[in-house]
Design a protein around this ligand. Structure first.
Ligand SMILES: Cc1cc2nc3c(=O)[nH]c(=O)nc-3n(C[C@H](O)[C@H](O)[C@H](O)COP(=O)(O)OP(=O)(O)OC[C@H]3O[C@@H](n4cnc5c(N)ncnc54)[C@H](O)[C@@H]3O)c2cc1C
Ligand SMILES: *[C@@H]1O[C@H](CO)[C@@H](O)[C@H](O)[C@H]1NC(C)=O
Length: 301
């Protein structure tokens, strides 16, 4: 079913923080745009796919969106509830009305007409007629703001299909409450995995975590200082400082199965898109043996 073409100047794909920032900036300059979002709300990963204890991992000055600061009474590490309220206020303030249920499948630049043509499939719409329908958008510019982490991935692990226990993806995890006294294995030691392991352990679950690759674990305050220093210091110096300080603070973690990579934390972020882990207390749990690290030995298929 083809329901016609919507013409605009800028087509934004994704209504997460990046898409919203782009929309607000265009609104201020009175440049027409549409913002297409496959889900039914803004900032879907924060609204629907995050856990209860989440506070932003960076201090507030690094997380507010352009043209509208966080309210002055926000704490340094903004809780998810406050962040969601801020994003709602942000969208209302800049009159951002995303086209929800629009899952962008295809975009092509037409050289002759100097325009982008974007195809969106209607998903999760309210009526059966709408479902699976296609809408077209045309614009001079295309901004892809679909995020780095918005697609769920569960690797094909040997034996997973025969496993009798419950398996959930981190996006379905809300709290450790219902796991008290249960054995839980967290696969993946990124920021989500490490914080979920911490939360499980706080709720009395017998928690282990699988670590596959070397990783940088940084304390909150040193990350903050590092980010501030980037304004005036070259990246490799900031990296050296971070590795030095955090090695002293955490000591040798190799005996717990955690190795530090040779490259610095910010270099790995900039070059490979790999985030350092910002410690919310998990390292202490690991050192005291409450949370066990299992080194990854078998390869995922
Ligand atoms: C535990 C944890 C803590 C974090 N803490 C911080 C922090 O303190 N500070 C910080 O800045 N960041 C933090 N992040 C990272 C945060 O997730 C990103 O900064 C932020 O979500 C990026 O916003 P975005 O708009 O680029 O992408 P996203 O928030 O991923 O938004 C992308 C949007 O695009 C939509 N989309 C995707 N594909 C399509 C498509 N084909 N068609 C239509 N719509 C589509 C998605 O549904 C989604 O709504 C944290 C992440 C985690 C997991
Ligand atoms: C996601 O969260 C928003 C805000 O709470 C809600 O309106 C929406 O229905 C949720 N969507 C899904 C798919 O759970």
């Amino acid at each position: 079913m083809n329901t016609g073409v919507t013409e605009t100047v800028v087509i934004i794909v994704g209504a997460g923080p990046s898409g919203l920032s782009t929309a607000a900036s265009l609104h201020r300059l009175s440049i027409p745009y549409v913002i297409l979002e496959r889900e039914d709300c803004i900032a879907s990963i924060f609204n629907n796919k995050s856990y209860d204890r989440l506070h932003l991992h960076l201090t507030k000055q690094f997380c507010q969106l352009p043209h509208m600061p966080f309210p002055a009474n926000f704490p340094s590490y903004v809780p998810i509830k406050d962040f969601l309220k801020y994003l709602d206020d942000y969208a209302s303030h800049f009159k951002i009305n995303p086209m929800f249920h629009n899952f962008v499948k295809f975009a092509k630049y037409d050289e002759d007409r100097k325009k982008w043509k974007v195809e969106a499939e209607i998903v999760g719409g309210r009526s059966a007629e709408e479902e699976g329908g296609v809408r077209w958008y045309e614009g001079k510019f295309l901004v892809v703001a679909t995020g780095e982490t918005s697609d769920v991935f569960i690797p094909a692990v040997d034996g997973l299909s025969e496993f009798k226990g419950e398996v959930i993806h981190s996006t379905e995890y809300k709290s450790g409450e219902r796991f008290e006294n249960k054995k839980v294995l967290v696969v993946g030691a990124g920021n989500s995995g490490m914080e979920i392991a911490f939360d499980l352990s706080n709720h009395g679950a017998k928690t282990s975590i699988v670590v596959r690759s070397p990783m940088h674990i940084l304390s909150r305050w040193s990350t903050n200082l590092g980010l501030m220093s980037l304004a005036s210091m070259p990246l490799h110096l900031v990296d050296s400082f971070l590795v030095f300080v955090n090695t002293i603070m955490y000591g040798d973690l190799t005996k717990y199965g955690i190795q530090r990579p040779k490259e610095g934390p910010f270099l790995m972020k900039v070059r490979d898109g790999k985030y350092p882990v910002i410690d919310v207390g998990t390292v202490k749990k690991i050192k005291s043996g409450v949370t066990e690290v299992k080194e990854h030995k078998r390869r995922w298929k």
